[in-house]
Design a protein around this ligand. Structure first.
Ligand code: DUC
Ligand code: ZN
Ligand code: ZN
Length: 470
């Protein structure tokens, strides 16, 4: 690969905004040049009037996740390609260890699904669905393989659920080996009682998914996870935080100087319980935690959390299921036509995060441009041990770069998106700004509304420890 020069743009990192040209060689950034220079390159990209930003890093995706009798609709090939279209140049997906299975076998299986298929670089967290002596040993082996974070579920009894004893044991091990515990914090035991009672009353529509999964039960589980983590000192990262009660628990822990971190997702910043109405159409918006009742003020609190750094990351929890039949995986959302609890949980979003957060955050004046880069790229990289190789534009960093036109426009639609799912959660939304050109390790993979990459461009990312741990 020859040299590439991105010329005339405004380089934006988490801390700087500078008029500079970016020189790339052998997949890495090798120089940031003032405008007066005589450097030439094999390929030149004109970024005049555009922002030159680090590619987005989405640390929460579920390509091909087995869930509720089917599989998430995007494969590693289609999902990472869609991510690239939307300005995301690395993902951290979730490999799964199911009950009775070894965690290493789960990791190898997910490596097999991803290898040779990805458009962008990818790493893995491990979902540890069965804590036992063997799993605890395997956690160290996984850290050695670059899987330095483990997701546990306080929700989904009988599926991914771990009880407090198992959580404590995994946290103790995590603290010992330098791993981060990622927590799905909803009180699944209490939720299942409320689900059963709702179904007995004949409340079967998707809206009841949002009604029974009470925000107070996310707050309670978040508080409990924090207390268990406190006993062990393990860094705790609350995934897909949706409720103000959960945010309150995180704020308190952070104010006390604890190793507690949290992400939210675009769906909780932009959508609400109202989207779950409208009969079975609401199935499009069934995910867990659910979209919240806006009269309770959750969205405003989440934006505030991003402003004050009580929330550090926005990821997508990309986990799409089709409303109609999926060509390969068959019936998806319709599995819950007569029972909301059987609707596969999850929403598409990997392609939309960069554009949605720029529009709702920067263009609408809620966060600065630097803070946008921090939330979308730099902090995810540091949180999950990839910085400074990823998450910034600096000498020696991978040239994962987005040329973004702040004066462009993007219309979101199922007719134009690249995710393998038959609806958009943001159909018809008009966004300020457009992802114009995307480079992955110096290779231009999206330009002029064309995809120029190929499956296998992306490689496995061996990650280090959480770089915020104190
Ligand atoms: N939540 C979802 O909505 N889908 C997959 C798993 C999860 O925790
Ligand atoms: Zn989850
Ligand atoms: Zn998830």
């Amino acid at each position: 690969m020859g040299k590439t020069l991105i010329k005339g743009g405004t380089v934006v990192t988490a801390t700087e905004i500078m008029e500079a040209d970016v020189l790339i060689d052998d997949g890495k950034v090798v120089a940031l040049l003032g405008r007066e220079h005589s450097v030439d390159a094999d390929e030149q990209i004109d970024a005049t009037g555009k922002y030159v930003m680090p590619g987005g890093i989405d640390v929460h995706t579920h390509m091909e996740l087995p869930f509720g009798g089917t599989f998430a609709a995007d494969t590693f090939e289609t999902g990472t390609r869609a991510a690239a279209w939307g300005g995301t140049t690395a993902i951290v997906d979730f490999a799964v260890q199911t009950k009775g299975e070894s965690a290493m076998d789960g990791f190898e299986a997910w490596m097999g699904k991803a290898e040779g298929n990805c458009a962008i670089d990818y790493g893995f967290h491990m979902i540890t669905g069965d804590i036992n002596e063997q799993t605890l040993k395997e956690m160290q082996m996984l850290v050695d393989e670059g899987v330095t974070s483990f997701k546990m579920f306080m929700a989904y009894p009988g599926v991914f659920y771990s009880d407090d004893g198992d959580i404590l044991r995994a946290m103790q091990k995590g603290a010992e080996i330098g791993a981060t515990i990622c927590m799905h914090a909803e009180n699944g035991i209490a939720i299942d009682v409320l689900v059963e009672q709702a179904l007995q009353r004949g409340e079967t529509d998707p809206i009841y998914h949002g009604i029974v999964r009470k925000s107070v039960l996310e707050g309670e589980a978040t508080h409990r996870a924090i207390k268990l983590a406190e006993l062990t000192g393990v860094p705790l990262y609350i995934v897909h935080l949706s409720a103000r009660e959960a945010l309150d628990a995180v704020i308190q822990a952070r104010d006390e100087g604890k190793n507690v971190f949290a992400e939210t997702c675009p769906q909780y910043l932009f959508l609400s319980l109202d989207n779950l109405g409208n009969g079975f159409d609401g199935a499009k918006y069934v995910c867990s935690p659910p979209l919240r009742d806006e009269s309770e003020g959750h969205q405003q609190r989440l934006w505030q959390g991003l402003q004050t750094n009580d929330l550090q990351v926005v990821s997508t929890d990309h986990c799409p299921f089709c409303m109609g039949d999926h060509p390969q995986f068959g019936t998806q959302k319709q599995l819950g036509r007569d029972d909301f609890s059987k609707i596969p949980n999850g929403m598409p979003g990997v392609e939309n995060r960069f554009g949605l957060i720029y529009n709702g955050g920067v263009a609408e004046g809620r966060i600065s441009l630097n803070r946008f880069v921090e939330i979308i790229a730099t902090t995810p990289a540091r949180m999950f041990g990839m910085y400074p190789r990823k998450g910034t534009i600096a000498i020696g960093s991978d040239a994962d770069i987005v040329v973004f036109d702040p004066n462009g426009r993007t219309t979101i639609s199922v007719d134009t998106h690249h995710m393998a799912v038959d609806y958009s959660a943001y159909e018809g939304w008009e966004l300020q700004g457009k992802v114009e050109t995307v480079l992955s390790k110096g290779k231009t993979i999206v330009a002029n509304d064309e995809y120029l990459g190929s499956p296998g461009d992306g490689a496995y990312l061996r990650r280090g420890e959480n770089q915020y741990k104190i």
